[in-house]
Design a protein around this ligand. Structure first.
Ligand code: NI
Length: 163
C-alpha cells in the first residue's frame, strides 16, 4: 500500500487538462491501487489522478457503495439538477454549495480497457461530475453557487437536500 501526497489548490497540476490514459498495464494498476489507498486514508469519496500529480484521465470513486475505477470517462447525458454541499481533498477545510445534474450517464474504460457505461444518480452523479471536472483542470469552487462559512460547515445548511 502506497499513500501518495494529495496536491493542494495553488499547485499547477490541478489546473491542467489531463491526457487520455492509453496503456492498460501494471503501471496503471499500481496508480489505481495507490489512488484508492490514498482516497480511503484521507476519508474522501473520490480522487482524480491530477490530485496525486499525474496528468492522466483516471479517477476513483467510492461513495460507500464500492470502489469504481474510471479511465477516460466522458459524461454522455445529464438530467435534472440537485443543489448540495461539496468539498475536495485538495481544498481541506472548505465546502461550497454546488448545483449539479441529478442524473448522469458516463462512458469510460475499466482497468483492462473494456468500454463501460454507468448511470449515476444523486450523490454518485455529484461525485462523477466533481471528479471529471478535475480532469479538465476545474475544481468545485469554479462552479459553486456559494462558499459555506465555517459555522455552516459544522451545522445544517438549508440547501442541503442531497443526503
Ligand atoms: Ni476534488
Amino acid at each position: 500500500m502506497a499513500i501518495r501526497k494529495i496536491v493542494k489548490l495553488g499547485e499547477d497540476c490541478l489546473r491542467k487538462v489531463c491526457k487520455p490514459q492509453e496503456k492498460f498495464d501494471l503501471r496503471l494498476w499500481l496508480l489505481l491501487k495507490d489512488m484508492a489507498d490514498t482516497m480511503y486514508k484521507a476519508e474522501g469519496v473520490g480522487l482524480a489522478a491530477p490530485q496525486v500529480g499525474i496528468l492522466r484521465r483516471v479517477v476513483v470513486i467510492d461513495i460507500g457503495e464500492g470502489l469504481v475505477e474510471m479511465i477516460n470517462p466522458v459524461i454522455t447525458s445529464r438530467e435534472g439538477s440537485q443543489c448540495g454541499r461539496e468539498g475536495c481533498l485538495s481544498l481541506p477545510g472548505r465546502q461550497g454549495i454546488v448545483t449539479r445534474p441529478n442524473k448522469v450517464t458516463v462512458r469510460f474504460q475499466d482497468r483492462k480497457g473494456v468500454e463501460m457505461e454507468m448511470e449515476a444518480e444523486g450523490f454518485m452523479a455529484r461525485a462523477v461530475c466533481h471528479e471529471l471536472d478535475h480532469l479538465d483542470g476545474r475544481v468545485y469552487i469554479d462552479v459553486m453557487d456559494r462558499e459555506l462559512t465555517p459555522e455552516e460547515i459544522e451545522g445544517h445548511v438549508p440547501e442541503d437536500d442531497y443526503e
